[in-house]
Design a protein. Structure first.
Length: 194
C-alpha cells in the first residue's frame, strides 16, 4: 500500500466518531427546525411576511455596508463593481421592505431555486451518510425528495399562492429537515457504540 493513499477504514472510523461526539448538536438543530416549522405552518401568511421583511433588512444593511466600504476604498480595484453591488443591495432591500407582498411573489421564484438546490444537497448528504449511518440515511434522502415536490407545488400555485406559500412550504421543509436531523442524531449516538 502506498503512503499517499488514505486509510479508508481509519477515515470512516474518524467520521463516525466525530458524528457520535456531536450528535447532540444534530439533535438540537432538528428539534429547533421542527418547532419553527410548526409555527410557520400554523401562521403561513405571517411567516411569509416575516421572511420577506427579514430578507429586506439583510439586503438593505449589507447594501449600505457595501456602499460605505466601496467609498472608503475608492482607489481599490473593482470599485465600480463593488459600488453596483452595494447599490443593488440597498434597492432590493428597500423594495422588499416597502412592498413586502409584491416582494413575496419574487421570493417564491427564489424559493423554487432554493428547494431544488437544497434537495440536491440533501440527497448527496444522505448518500454520503449511507456509508456511515446505514439505518437513518433514507430519511435524509426522503427529505431531499420532499424538497423537489415543494418546488413543484410552489411553481404550480403562482401567483395566487405567493402570500401563504413561502411560510407554509418553508415550515414543511423545516419539519422534514428537522425530523431527518433528529433521526440522524439518534443514529449517530448509537453508531460509535456499535
Amino acid at each position: 500500500m502506498s503512503t499517499s493513499q488514505p486509510n479508508i477504514g481509519g477515515i470512516q472510523r474518524a467520521v463516525t466518531k466525530a458524528l457520535h461526539e456531536h450528535w447532540k448538536l444534530y439533535l438540537a438543530e432538528g428539534i429547533a427546525l421542527i418547532a419553527l416549522g410548526i409555527i410557520a405552518i400554523l401562521l403561513p401568511p405571517i411567516a411569509t411576511l416575516a421572511i420577506t421583511i427579514v430578507l429586506g433588512w439583510l439586503f438593505l444593511i449589507s447594501g449600505v455596508f457595501g456602499l460605505y466600504t466601496s467609498f472608503m476604498m475608492r482607489q481599490a480595484p473593482g470599485f465600480w463593481w463593488s459600488l453596483i453591488s452595494g447599490a443593488l443591495g440597498v434597492i432590493v432591500g428597500a423594495l422588499l421592505l416597502v412592498q413586502p407582498l409584491q416582494g413575496a411573489l419574487s421570493l417564491t421564484l427564489v424559493l423554487i431555486a432554493f428547494f431544488v438546490i437544497e434537495g440536491i444537497a440533501s440527497i448527496m448528504f444522505a448518500l454520503d451518510h449511507k456509508r456511515e449511518l446505514s439505518g437513518q440515511w433514507g430519511w435524509m434522502l426522503f427529505s431531499g425528495l420532499v424538497d423537489f415536490v415543494l418546488a413543484v407545488l410552489i411553481l404550480t400555485g403562482l401567483p395566487g399562492s405567493a402570500v401563504w406559500a413561502i411560510g407554509l412550504l418553508v415550515g414543511i421543509n423545516m419539519i422534514f429537515g428537522g425530523w431527518a436531523l433528529f433521526l440522524l442524531a439518534l443514529g449517530a449516538r448509537k453508531a460509535a457504540g456499535a
